[in-house]
Design a protein around this ligand. Structure first.
Ligand code: SAM
Ligand code: SF4
Length: 445
């Protein structure tokens, strides 16, 4: 490399969509410092591993990833570990993996350039601060990207303290970003070509703030304000907590056309006894009533969820109750996980940890049912006409992949169309993970 060529970087994000968002903001910040993205799969001068601590496997992966960064000639890039593993393990990371130069938590990554500069002087630069004044103000303004869809973090942190979960410890207390900042960021994204925004938060529906007239509003108020922005065609939000599904947010699903008919509402388990032990503070019945009310205002809504099998003390009967809530809800898609014991969480020291073999069996049975429901949901859309936002190219010549309103990936071949266009299609086929469609008319994007 020539000495005057700009330094290159790679940001690898793992885990949740909030990490993807953080990774994009880090990349923008490094860009503003004169770094350029390294070629896909190529070597970089700086590698940021933006990590996930939610389950043990995800957390352990960091160390093997660090090991792989060593080059054939024995040299290595500058290595920064960011994200929730950084927050949870702190200086321990640099002890276990001495090649790590920077350790930075999810609330301090706006200081990354500074930390890198310190590391370049030979220091181990560690910042696990959780500043009350938010990092967002310190990040460069957003410019929109090459994609028609974008994430926008509106809320961070969690005060719920589910007994299995590390998020309240790694991401800190719940904060809502100010309304004006969010409208400004959304406008910048739309000006840069974004047509769909997904509002993000660990508990996105706990967002609250004041609108431009000083009125107290919740997430539904923010969604309504964004819906009046010209050029923004679609709005989504994730992840929601059942306790924060307000009447206003439920009503918005029936009233705001730009709010897509998709709700990710994790329940975790179908037994009230286990939900209480998890400190979920909702019951099976209160969850099912929310689903019923959302479906009453938006009958075609796709419901998605998260499940944990094998929480300490989960009996066969408790697990059967999880299968029962899945049947009662009828999911369009869902994520399911084996319980992972996380150090420092209350559940980690609970009696009656469930056997790995039992967890494997339960996960398999749960996933079989969820896959069946996902296939049925997809098959039911065959023959239907709908609108796609085209997001990327497919493997075949002239093929593009777009998202349906229900967040399904849909393949369509239509010459003359481009990423970012919106087209009307008829769904012609359905597999478990994607659909096929034919265009109904010429490009109208
Ligand atoms: N705040 C969201 C909620 O309450 O549903 C989700 C946040 S968490 C990043 C995403 C999912 O990871 C959770 O819904 C849960 O299913 C799963 N999860 C969290 N901790 C876990 C653990 N210790 N073991 C297994 N799965 C876990
Ligand atoms: Fe974790 Fe529960 Fe908070 Fe979700 S609500 S982030 S599962 S503690």
């Amino acid at each position: 490399m020539k000495s005057d060529s700009p330094k290159t970087f790679h940001v690898k994000s793992f885990g949740c969509q909030m990490n993807v968002y953080d990774g994009e903001r880090m990349a923008e910040m490094l860009g503003a410092q004169g770094y350029v993205p390294a070629a896909e799969g190529g070597d970089a001068d700086l590698v940021v591993l933006n990590t996930c601590h939610i389950r043990e496997k995800a957390a352990e992966k960091v160390y093997s990833d660090i090991g792989r960064l060593k080059r054939e000639d024995g040299s290595r890039p500058t290595i920064a570990v960011a994200g929730c593993v950084a927050q949870a393990e702190g200086a321990e990371i640099a002890r276990r993996a001495p090649s790590v130069d920077v350790v930075v938590g999810p609330q301090a990554y706006h200081r990354l350039p500074d930390l890198i500069a310190r590391a370049e002087k030979g220091e181990k630069a560690i910042d696990l601060d959780m500043p009350v004044d938010s990092k967002f103000g310190a990040l460069p303004k957003r410019a929109g990207g090459q994609r028609p869809t974008a994430f926008l973090t509106v809320q961070e942190g969690c005060d719920k303290f589910c007994t299995y979960c590390v998020v309240p410890y790694t991401r800190g207390a719940e904060i809502s970003r100010p309304f004006a900042d969010l409208i400004a960021e959304a406008r910048a994204l739309v000006a840069g070509g974004v047509r769909e925004i997904t509002l993000l938060g660990q508990n996105v529906n706990a967002w609250d703030g004041e609108d431009d007239k000083g009125r107290a509003i919740g997430l539904d108020g923010l969604i309504r304000a964004l819906a009046s922005e010209d050029g923004l065609e679609r709005i989504r939000y994730t992840t929601s907590h059942p306790n924060d599904m307000t009447d206003g947010l439920i009503a918005a699903h029936g009233e705001v056309e730009k709010l897509m008919p998709f709700l990710h509402l994790p329940v975790q388990a179908g037994s009230d006894r286990i939900l209480a032990a998890m400190n979920r503070s909702h019951t099976v019945d209160s969850y099912l009533r929310i689903i019923e009310r959302v479906r009453a205002v938006r009958p075609d809504i796709a419901i998605s969820g998260d499940f944990i099998v094998g929480f300490p003390g989960e009996s066969d009967e408790d697990f059967d109750a999880t299968l029962a809530i899945v049947r009662a809800t009828n999911y369009a898609m869902a994520y399911s996980f084996k319980y992972s014991r996380r150090p420092g969480t209350p559940a980690a020291t609970m009696d009656e940890q469930v056997d790995e073999a039992v967890m494997n069996d339960r996960l398999q049975r749960l996933q079989a049912l969820l896959n069946e429901q996902q296939q049925a949901f997809n098959s039911a859309t065959v023959g239907r006409t709908t609108r796609l936002l085209l997001e990327r190219t497919g493997k075949r010549e002239g093929q593009l992949i777009g998202k349906s309103p229900w967040l399904q990936s849909v393949h369509v071949t239509a010459p003359g169309l481009a990423i970012g266009d919106m087209i009307d299609v008829r769904i012609t086929s359905a597999g478990p993970n994607s659909l096929g469609a034919e265009p109904l008319m010429a490009e109208i994007g």
